[in-house]
Design a protein around this ligand. Structure first.
Ligand code: UDP
Ligand code: MG
Length: 309
């Protein structure tokens, strides 16, 4: 039955090298899967404030073909916010939504399996990377380390799943009702519940352009994930503080009972405890900063113009 109204949301930041191929591939996907998909299925590009010709290319694709559409954010708000913008735009206009990166590193053909899982009743389908040897060793190591760290911190995330996933209309609506502005979608989606499924695929190399996720953005995302979904760092601090106070007191006691030569305990302990206090203060400050950002309720993004919507 060809009745699934699908919207594919593609966040794009400076993707001019990649876009023509992306448009071709996603268009072909819609055409090749017309046995499942309704003719009303769409590809929605979100231009995340690109400085190159990304928007022009989106408009060119949309001009002759109503299957393609775009929204353009007024400035670069980052991948998670761009995705959110696309999801809000698609809400109410589709039966299910798939988010995929513009560089098509995530195998487009896996979307067929996503749709089959959706047909079988899944509301959330996670795309999971079965191998990532096409990523650089560094990327792989940091990414996999991060998934492990997150589970250690107690935040439920799907191992080796990034933002390649399908959401049914009701899962999408549930997700969009989360008001937080410190977005970390990989942590939010598992909170939705519903029926879930996983589809495994092989991650490819980027064929054009370069990664828009330099180390700095990756670390920022990891930190966002850790501090938005876990208060363990806070409890870790006070436990460390308690432990160090206890140990210091013990050593201090030893110095008192058996007076000894040397720099004395005080010299060392002041630096040690001082460092701990600073680190603790800094971390508490991070959380306070997040509360500050949340209570301001600033919009996540601003739309500059749209095409074919
Ligand atoms: N992206 C975005 N805004 C940004 C950075 C990236 O919309 O500020 C998009 C980018 O165009 C791509 C996706 O997010 O579609 C993932 O980025 P990339 O492929 O560069 O990340 P990597 O695969 O290297 O982690
Ligand atoms: Mg990529």
């Amino acid at each position: 039955m060809n009745d699934i109204r699908l919207t594919i949301v593609v966040p794009c930041y400076n993707e001019q090298e990649m876009l023509p191929e992306t448009v071709r591939c996603l268009g072909a996907f819609l055409a090749d899967n017309s046995d499942l998909l309704s003719p009303e299925s769409r590809v929605l590009f979100v231009d995340d404030g690109s400085r190159d010709d990304t928007w022009k290319l989106i408009c060119a694709a949309a001009d002759g073909d109503e299957r393609f559409s775009g929204i353009r954010l007024s400035h670069n708000r980052g991948h998670q916010n761009a995705l959110w913008a696309g999801m809000e735009e698609a809400l109410g206009k589709c039966d299910c939504l798939i988010s995929i990166d513009a560089d098509l590193q995530d195998d487009v053909n896996a979307m067929r399996a996503f749709l089959e899982e959706y047909r079988k009743g899944a509301d959330v389908v996670y795309g999971v990377r079965s191998r990532r040897d096409t990523d650089s060793a560094f990327k792989r190591l940091t990414a996999e380390g991060f998934y492990k760290l997150m589970s250690l911190l107690g935040a439920e995330t799907v191992y080796n799943h990034a933002d390649y996933r399908l959401l049914s209309a009701r899962a999408l609506e549930a997700l969009l009702s989360y008001p937080e502005v410190n977005l970390y979608l990989r942590g939010l989606v598992p909170l939705l519940g519903f029926e879930t499924a996983k589809v495994y695929y092989e991650r490819r190399e980027r064929t054009a352009g370069e990664s828009k996720y330099p180390l700095k953005k990756m670390l920022a995302l990891a930190f966002q994930g850790a501090t938005s979904f876990s208060v363990k760092p806070l409890s870790l601090i006070w436990k460390t503080g308690l432990l160090s106070a206890f140990v210091s007191a013990l050593i201090g006691l030893v110095y008192l009972i058996l007076p000894a030569e040397g720099p004395g305990f005080a010299a060392f302990s002041i630096w040690f405890v001082g460092g701990l206090i600073l680190a603790a203060l800094g971390l508490v400050g991070e959380y306070a900063g997040k509360i500050y950002a949340e209570v301001k309720r600033r919009p996540r993004y601003t739309v500059r113009e749209t095409k074919n919507r």
